[in-house]
Ligand binder design. Structure first.
Ligand code: ADP
Length: 449
């Protein structure tokens, strides 16, 4: 008999049958008494089980359902199954909630959940860093009582969330934050904050750069336009005309140099990282740099080259040539006549280094850190007179960086300067015998890794 109700009915029928038998054997009174006792016993059993169930329902502890038989066994078994399913579902929801919380915490951005009255319901660590919020202390508090900057308060209160606003965070060392409120659900809101300090810096650099380029090009362009106007308007004798033409050509060359250097910089920024396989034939390159340096000096300086021939480096030859060439030409340009320029290529403790030493004008210490900035010059006049663009050291720094090399600048005003380009050991290659095809030389020969 499977149905619990049928089993309950069978129990009642059994009691009635026993009562009938007792009535038949011992008289009707006995029969009624047995029936009443049986019914009472059954009622008491069901009341006890009902009380146990009510007790459990008041404080439902997992796995603590009362034992029972018959109809109650069935009911308790169903409850037990329901309880197990509910416990599993609760555990699943709890795990999902934990995962969402962890994901929220892991976000680098700040996230705050606000209710309809802009009170904090939840926030992550990012919001702590950006606004100094702390979930423990600030739960339920209006966000505008905690982030009091007028721009933020006006934004939250205006309830026009179609745009983002920028704030300077009073916490976390003056970060610049991009903040947006996104309404969702019935009346809740997400307050998102993103650290845009770096983007802002890049944007400022870009703006300054464009302003600098325009300024650098405008000066020679103005001069050029002035001369052109003069030559066109005035009747000049051939000698004067030639003089003006020479001056115009000089301005055009200046613009050309600036544009060439800008293109070189942009190529350095956009081309892929120099390969570890390609060989830079350092000896050949140094010979060319030496020849160019002597040509630029035109006998006004003593120029020396001291190069160790045992190794080359791996990388882009044109970039290394540009870096070494710029350092050497600066040494000539900033060293008065009669001075010395030494070029040295040698092994160092970390790898290899190229040093350019001069006995020139030197540099005051406070300029040194800024020399590799684009268009930074200590002496504008001298830079211009000697054909400088203010981009040479920026190109050097970029080209070296792309080879994991660094630039060190040592200088003493009035005595001279030393520029050292240091290459890591992993960029060093044993020198290929000059007859050997450079591309076939092993980049990993012993002693150079
Ligand atoms: P520039 O085209 O003006 O030479 P660079 O970027 O090559 O631009 O150099 C930046 C500035 O660094 C120069 O204007 C100059 O003031 C200084 N400088 C560079 N090399 C030397 C050097 N060897 N001796 C003294 N000053 C130097």
């Amino acid at each position: 008999m499977n149905s619990p109700l049928l089993r309950a009915a069978a129990t009642l029928a059994t009691v009635a049958a026993v009562a009938l038998v007792a009535g038949a054997g011992f008289g009707a009174a006995t029969g009624w008494a047995v029936l009443a006792l049986g019914a009472l016993a059954l009622l008491a059993y069901h009341l006890i089980k009902l009380a146990a169930l009510i007790r459990w329902l008041r404080q439902p502890r997992a796995g603590a359902l009362p034992d029972a038989r018959g109809v109650w066994d069935e009911a308790f078994a169903l409850l037990h199954r329901f309880e197990r399913t509910a416990a599993k579902e609760a555990a699943r929801l709890s795990r999902a909630l934990t995962r969402w919380r962890q994901a929220g915490e892991a976000l680098p951005d700040g996230v705050v959940i606000l209710d309809a009255q802009n009170r904090i319901e939840w926030c992550n660590e990012g919001a702590g860093r950006h606004f100094g919020l702390n979930l423990g202390a600030d739960l339920g508090r209006p966000v505008i009582n905690l982030v009091r900057q007028p721009g933020f308060v006006a934004y939250v209160e205006a309830e026009d969330y179609t745009h983002t606003i920028q704030l300077r965070s009073e916490h976390g060392g003056g970060l610049t934050l991009s903040v947006q409120v996104i309404p969702y659900g019935e009346s809740q809101k997400l307050l998102l904050s993103r650290d845009v300090t770096r983007f802002e810096k890049v944007e400022t650099t870009r703006r300054d750069f464009v302003a600098n380029v325009s300024h650098e090009l405008r000066t020679p362009l103005t001069v050029l336009a002035g001369f052109l106007e003069t030559v066109r308007e005035l009747k000049l004798d051939p000698q004067r005309t030639r003089d003006y033409m020479n001056l115009m050509a000089e301005q055009a060359r200046r613009m050309q140099r600036i544009v060439d250097d800008l293109l070189a910089l942009s190529a350095l920024e956009s081309s892929p990282e120099p390969s570890l396989e390609a060989r830079v034939n350092v000896q050949g390159l140094l010979a060319r740099v030496m020849a160019d340096t002597e040509a630029l000096s035109a006998g006004r300086h003593r120029v020396t080259l001291d190069a160790f021939e045992g190794f080359d480096i791996a990388g882009a030859e044109s970039e290394i040539a540009s870096a070494f060439g710029n350092l050497a030409s600066n040494a000539v340009r900033y060293t008065p006549e009669g001075g010395t320029v030494n070029l040295v290529w040698r092994a160092s403790r970390e790898g290899a280094e190229f040093t350019v030493e001069d006995t020139g004008v030197g540099i005051e210490p406070h300029h040194i850190a800024r020399l590799t900035e684009r268009f930074y010059r200590v002496d504008r006049g001298r830079s211009r007179e000697t054909g400088g663009t203010g981009l040479g050291l920026a190109i050097v720094k970029h080209a070296l960086m792309r080879h994991q090399a660094t630039l060190e600048i040592q200088s003493e005003p009035g005595k001279g300067s030393r520029f050292i380009a240091r290459f890591p050991a992993r960029r060093m290659l044993p020198a290929a015998t000059r007859t050997q095809d450079a591309a076939t030389a092993s980049p990993a020969a012993p002693g150079f890794s």
